[in-house]
Design a protein around this ligand. Structure first.
Ligand SMILES: Nc1ncnc2c1ncn2[C@@H]1O[C@H](COP(=O)(O)OP(=O)(O)OP(=O)(O)O)[C@@H](O)[C@H]1O
Ligand SMILES: [Mg+2]
Length: 437
């Protein structure tokens, strides 16, 4: 094996270590391996770069790029643009990381070659106005939803955000949100092409999440210059103007490659156990994770894959415990979109018995043909929560949701869309009451 490419990893602009890609040049099957080594100086005062990277002098060795790094990469829309611009294959993860790893969600940066410092600072202008106030202040997003694609060419490099939908980091300049490769204060997601009013849908569901007591990421609807609304969320990874929290998504924490983020081999039972463990077995985190799964089911969001949960920790101390659940993000109802809605009830199975080719559903699921109270109570029990707490919390969640809907809760969106979402939520709350005789 020979060294093929080298990258330097930084944490909040401090050089943390070196990531090396080795390839067997004699072997046409392209055997590869990777190493990561902490810098000697960094080991004295630094924090672990990742949950699975405790501080140590010895080199870490891998036979594939570790999921920690793969999960920092862009997916879908942004990755396609980045690969084209850097003339890289979309599957060349090491290359994409070197070209687009300087500005990522969280404290980590990755740049090509062995270097001592980042070329640009990572300052973010504070304070960041709440996204929900921007529209009323007359703020618009530069350009239109159609011209958004062109910005990816100019601003999509040097930064990565995971997720399949088109999105970019932006900052406030005067009365406009403008794309930026550095210092992004917000993430801006326009409606995907052919799926109108997705931003309004996400804004409604995120507000509902907040109202029922889940900690949802701050968000707003902001118009482009032609009036079309985009979903805008304020970055929750910002600690102060030059420091970010260390953030890792569920796929990274469970050592799952992004392409397996919704694999049949997984279930919320297994994933939540692992995430709770990563959080130091905090019962508070376990309960919040559980409620996030239940809420997702209630609103008809069948997209709660491993990259749609994240944990974080402050950039201090030597512990790798990810003690804090990030605010909830990326929750919308798939009810209005039959093509995506029909795919499944949940992104992965609820219980571990559903995993894999030999997996099977609970008796209750088999009797009803869908998830009911039984499956979620069982999930709660299996991840170590007491039955009384689980039942009480589920009941409280659905009661609050129904009460909020009964009060006529609305955010801007076409009436038909609102009705489709509300109908689904009421139906799902009903299924969570159902039990086998
Ligand atoms: N407010 C926020 N602050 C910081 N990071 C965020 C925030 N919202 C989302 N993220 C990060 O950005 C990523 C992409 O966001 P999001 O999940 O909304 O995109 P998406 O393209 O809709 O995802 P998917 O592929 O699941 O449809 C998330 O996985 C998360 O890591
Ligand atoms: Mg997502």
């Amino acid at each position: 094996m020979q060294v093929n490419r080298t990258a330097t990893v930084f944490v909040n602009s401090k050089k943390a270590g070196t990531l090396v890609e080795l390839r067997d040049s004699q072997d046409l099957s392209g055997r590869e391996s990777y190493t990561f080594t902490y810098a000697e100086e960094y080991l004295k005062h630094g924090v672990p770069i990742g949950h699975h990277f405790p501080l140590k002098e010895a080199q870490f060795e891998f036979d594939a790029l570790p999921p920690f790094f793969s999960n920092l990469l862009s997916e879908g829309w942004l990755r396609a643009h980045q690969a084209q611009k850097a003339r890289l294959d979309k599957s060349d993860e090491f290359g994409l990381l070197c070209a687009n790893g300087e500005e990522l969600i969280g404290a980590v940066s990755v740049v090509a070659s062995e270097v001592d410092s980042l070329l640009t600072d990572r300052l973010i202008q504070l304070p960041i106005p709440k996204p929900s106030t921007l529209k009323d202040k007359g703020v618009t997003i530069v350009g239109t939803s159609r011209s958004f694609n062109d910005y990816a060419v100019d601003y999509g490099n040097g930064q990565s955000i995971s997720g399949v939908q088109r999105k970019l980091m932006m900052k406030l300049e005067g009365n406009q949100l403008v794309p930026t490769a550095r210092g992004g204060q917000y993430i801006v997601k326009p409606a995907p092409e052919g799926v109108p009013h997705c931003p309004e849908n996400e804004f409604f569901v995120m507000n509902l999440a907040n109202k029922v007591g889940l900690n949802a990421a701050e968000c707003g609807l902001v118009p482009f210059e032609d009036g079309e609304l985009a979903y805008v969320t304020k970055r929750f990874d910002i600690l102060n103007e030059d420091e970010r929290y260390l953030v890792e998504d569920g796929a990274s924490l469970c050592l799952v490659h992004p392409k397996h983020k919704d694999s049949d081999a997984l279930s919320y039972e297994t994933v939540l156990k692992r995430l709770s463990n990563a959080a130091g077995n905090s019962k508070a985190v376990t309960l919040k994770l559980f409620l996030q799964v239940v809420f997702s089911y209630v609103v008809g969001n069948n997209d709660l894959h491993l990259k749609n949960f994240s944990l974080m920790r402050k950039p201090s101390g030597q512990s790798t415990t990810m003690d804090t659940l990030t605010p909830v993000y990326d929750v919308l109802s798939l009810a209005p979109y039959p093509k995506f809605d029909g795919a499944c009830f949940m992104s992965i199975g609820v219980l571990a018995i559903e995993e894999g080719d030999d997996g099977h559903f609970s008796d209750a699921y088999n009797a009803f043909g869908y998830y009911t109270k039984h499956d979620f109570v069982q999930l709660g029990l299996n991840i170590g929560l007491p039955q009384t707490l689980v039942e009480k919390q589920m009941k409280q969640l659905t009661s609050k949701v129904i009460k909020i809907l009964d009060s006529g809760f609305q955010t801007p969106m076409p009436n038909v869309l609102h009705q489709q979402i509300v109908d689904r939520i009421r139906e799902r709350c009903g299924t969570l009451e159902r039990i086998l005789d």
